[in-house]
Write a protein that binds this ligand. Sequence first.
Ligand SMILES: Nc1ncnc2c1ncn2[C@@H]1O[C@H](COP(=O)(O)OP(=O)(O)OP(=O)(O)O)[C@@H](O)[C@H]1O
Length: 263
Amino acid sequence: MTERVIDLEAVSWRTGRELLLDRVSWQVERGQHWALYGLNGSGKTTLLNLINGYIWPSAGAASVLGHRFGEIDLRVLRRSIGWVSASLQDKLYASDKTQHVVISGKHATIGLYDKVEQDDLARAEALMATLGCAKLWDRELRTCSQGEKQKVVIARALMAEPELLILDEPCNGLDLFARETLLAGIEGLTRQPSAPTLLYVTHHTEEILPVFGHTLLLRGGRVFDRGETQRMLEPSRLGAFFEAPVALERHDGRVYVRPGAGA
Ligand SMILES: Nc1ncnc2c1ncn2[C@@H]1O[C@H](COP(=O)(O)OP(=O)(O)OP(=O)(O)O)[C@@H](O)[C@H]1O
């Protein structure tokens, strides 16, 4: 097992005339949880596509989970990465019971085709309990709220025991309370000894829980800065990042930003 989960050295990605990633260098060590923060169009999805091997660097060197791009079998790499994004929910069968949605994550199938072992049931139950959605066990996916569905798909991704779990804007479309419930589930997940490395992708600073100890600030396809979250989310740094003054408030180790000058 390699210690370095993500290792990008001056990685660029070009399509046609567009340079969408520009000399991105980023190292994620095992045991860290990171936030990837950037505004719309900053290149977050492009970077995730690269980490998952859907696109290849035009320049620079990339390794993920010890697999060096150019030498890897992408199927092996992708089996070790869970990527929870909005598009996944649309692919699942709405009439499936949530327990089946979760268990089918073991082999990443849409629908459950494999024989279910007792261990799989127990693991699915434990994961749903960790995420705070055990009560949905017998419910059809279509009857779940958006926040509940997100918990189910995160539990599903964990069934495959990924080494890296990417949560791609998981709170999009959630109301304030559903968001807090989901974040509490994610925090609970990080307390599990078996938790994978988490990468939380967002354009809302207040979703970056203290457990995400490191943050990468991405702007215009470039690393604006990266390092400890508390340092990345300081007013002067964020003001420079946005190229506009911002006022910050901190509560329980989370940072709330609003436009304009202030404390
Ligand atoms: N295949 C492509 N060809 C040309 N331009 C692209 C391509 N894919 C993405 N882009 C452009 O690259 C930029 C970064 O897009 P990307 O989707 O990576 O941003 P993002 O940070 O994920 O944005 P959002 O938060 O809005 O989802 C955008 O300006 C987008 O239009």
